[in-house]
Design a protein around this ligand. Structure first.
Ligand SMILES: Cc1ncc(COP(=O)(O)O)c(C=O)c1O
Length: 355
């Protein structure tokens, strides 16, 4: 993926690059404009506090803190849980391992030990195998297990409660902390019908992004015990994440909880529809035949074209699908892409490969 300045995008783009492409709706903008605000660093922003209290309740935790990004939610959680020289157990395709600029080592001073997994979901036995002997003085200290709900690079796979409990049993037995990267937790909740509180119960810390499927411009909310959030606040200041009149952003979050949560089911139906269309095109293989939520990965090696060439060809038709590897495309549905848009994307893909 290139990070040079991108070319101008077509107007009325059907943008399946990511669910981060959502734009605040008119209703959300109105709520933002009317937000009551104050100095967030001093705890004087009433709207941010309202959002934090609401999310803490939703996730069944004592407290929560609003942060500017999901990456900062993860990085602060890792920094609070770990000390320099500690080890984190996670899958190699997790966001904390594959992305975030090696923040686990750069910020928390910890290294990541990866475990065998299926779509990013791993077992308690895999955690058990990855544990270091605490009496061995040369070894890193096993400290934290990180579960990503849903698994972005696992095609939006959802951890079941049984899978979570299996991992948690081993983590707790060995006094390891447990963190959930819940960037797309709302998708997991809507897809499974399991409450956010039940999904987060065994985790010491958890968060979800406001700026993905929920459609906000900025922010994530990290939750945990009062002690954990107190420490998180130290890191928030340290990293420059403490804000001022953040109520404008928090108002978008409150609006999203009321208006954009349950509708995620539509995104999941649209992703399944797109997967059916794309999977029917000659040369394209669905990397994950089951579409759990809103993410579809396509292996294009059977087409004789590179993922980038196909991505460029659909872009010329007003559709953006990201090239995530030489032969890998990723399409992510969200509230700014309708059923008609998804079907047009399927047709554009088919046409790009027929040309
Ligand atoms: C699973 C996961 N975790 C963390 C993040 C980071 O979130 P943000 O972009 O808000 O920093 C992302 C972003 O795509 C993600 O997919």
């Amino acid at each position: 993926m290139s990070h040079a300045m991108p070319p101008a995008l077509p107007r009325n783009l059907i943008d399946l690059f990511s669910d981060t492409m959502t734009r605040p709706s008119a209703g959300m903008r109105k709520a933002m404009a009317e937000a009551e605000v104050g100095d967030e660093q001093r705890g004087e922003d009433p709207t941010t506090r309202a959002l934090e209290e609401r999310v803490a309740g939703l996730l069944g935790k004592e407290a929560a803190v609003f942060l500017p990004s999901g990456t900062m939610c993860n990085q602060i959680a890792l920094a609070v849980h770990c000390r320099s020289g500690d080890e984190i157990i996670a899958s190699d395709n997790s966001h904390i391992c594959a992305m975030e600029g090696a923040g686990a080592s750069a910020v928390a001073g910890a290294q990541i030990r990866t475990v065998p997994h299926d779509r990013g979901l791993f077992s308690g036995a895999a955690v058990q195998d990855a544990l270091r002997d605490p009496t061995w003085r040369q070894a890193p200290r096993s400290r934290l297990v990180v579960v990503e709900q849903t698994m972005n690079y696992g095609g939006g796979a959802v951890w079941s409660l049984d899978q979570i409990d299996d991992v948690a049993r081993v983590a707790k037995a060995h006094k390891l902390a447990l963190h959930m990267d819940g960037a797309r937790l709302p998708n997991a909740v809507v897809a499974s019908g399991i409450s956010a509180q039940s999904m987060c119960a065994v985790f010491d810390s958890t968060w979800f992004d406001l700026s993905k499927g929920l459609g906000c411009p900025v922010g994530g909310v990290l939750a945990g015990s009062n002690d954990f959030i107190n420490e998180a606040w130290r890191w928030k200041h340290r990293l420059g994440g403490a804000l001022r009149q953040s109520g404008i952003l928090a108002a978008a979050g409150l609006y999203a909880l009321d208006h954009n949560w349950t509708r995620l089911a539509e995104d999941h139906e649209n992703a399944a529809r797109f997967a059916t269309m794309a999977g029917g095109i000659k040369g394209i293989r669905l990397v994950y035949p089951k579409t759990d939520t809103n993410i579809v990965f396509l292996d294009v090696s059977g087409t004789g074209r590179s993922a980038q060439a196909i991505s460029d060809a659909v872009l010329a038709q007003g559709v953006r699908i990201g090239a995530m590897g030489p032969m890998l495309l990723r399409a992510v549905t969200h509230l700014d892409v309708s059923r008609a848009g998804v079907e047009a994307a399927g047709v554009a893909l088919s046409k790009a490969l027929a040309d």
